[in-house]
Design a protein around this ligand. Sequence first.
Ligand SMILES: Cc1ncc(COP(=O)(O)O)c(C=O)c1O
Length: 427
Amino acid sequence: MTIDPLLKQINPPPRLMMGPGPVNADPRVQRAMSADLLGQYDPAMTSYMNEVMELYREIFQTKNHWTFLIDGTSRAAIESSLVSLIEPGDKVLVPVFGRFGHLLTEIASRCGANVISISKEWGRIFEPEEIEAALDQHKPKVLAVCQGDTSTTMNQPLKEIGKLCRERGIFSYVDATASICGNEFLTDEWQIDICTAGLQKCLGGPSGTGPITISDRAAALIQDRWHVEKGIEPAGFVPGKRSRIQSNYFDLAMIMAYWSPQRLNHHTEATSMLYCARECARCILEEGLSNTLLRHRLGSSAMVEGLSTLGLEIFGDQSHKMTNVTGVYIPKQVDGEAVRRDMLHYFGVEIGTSFGPLHGKIWRIGAMGYNARKDAILRTLNALSSCLRLHGYQAPLEDAALAALEVFKNAEGAPSEIEISPVSKTK
Ligand SMILES: Cc1ncc(COP(=O)(O)O)c(C=O)c1O
């Protein structure tokens, strides 16, 4: 008897996902996602919502009350931030150093902003003085910038940027989807107004919900745009003075009311994704955020050492490379797509291609979240080494995985430099 393929149970092939994200989710996160569902206003559910707010204050290193989740992929959190901050005609400055800067430009212009973008060659970052000069020249209402742009593997330094904006009364928005928990991000210390994240990179989960944190001053602006859809207006409802937010689903003023004791009936919170986000944050805080950052940093050094031992050239400005993803030039002698295909086919290992000006020039190899592990990195290097040889590349005799292993061994017992103190507990 033949079985209709549509009626077969889903059974994905085992993969080790070592691209720029998504990556394999931590098994603890997958277990949390299979927990029993709860009603939207069940006290157990609302107390999980409150716990998520508290856990993500630590992840974002902030005391911001308004720290919660936007249902949808990371892009949903980006879009809700921009559509809720921007009123048509507002000036928005976007420093573009890769594909995700272009995404911010695109979303801001759909919100009706007058967008000014400044650009950098892919593989470089902006110096703070360059952003400062652009802020002074254009005097925007909002600065929107990406921290880690996975398309180029570069990590934009932000230490001074939030402060420069604050001093000028400008709102700062940062997309840290791909960088948070693998690269330091200090919301309060850097005075960032809104930051959004994603689970499918260094947080070790699947995509599907976007953590967000909002400063009090940005929350005040958003609450001034408070308009409630008909039929659910609370008693004594008075609309905000400013213009209504142009999206219903991404209306942060209404979503904030849903995440407040008021529990305004906006969307139906995605229960399993809430469990998932809670477990991602819990696992990291159990490990210790500073240890998670160090694990990513060590993985990066080992990956770079292994790739260099293979005789490959690393892409971009090395002093500003994201820890969790490495760009590497594809050797001229090989067909990059054929190598990727064979790594997946024979070894079950996925690495990333690239887009735009880097298409066909570099691979992007990640080691992040649950996959920022010694065994995952060594297996990836072995698979790449074999597939390169299979495709006629004359690799040096030295073993790439052993060179990477040496980096791990040398780090054993080494003192850590990153120290992060729990933020919300110090309130
Ligand atoms: C820096 C950055 N921003 C935004 C996104 C979009 O995330 P999503 O696909 O979850 O919407 C990604 C995804 O790779 C990303 O790397």
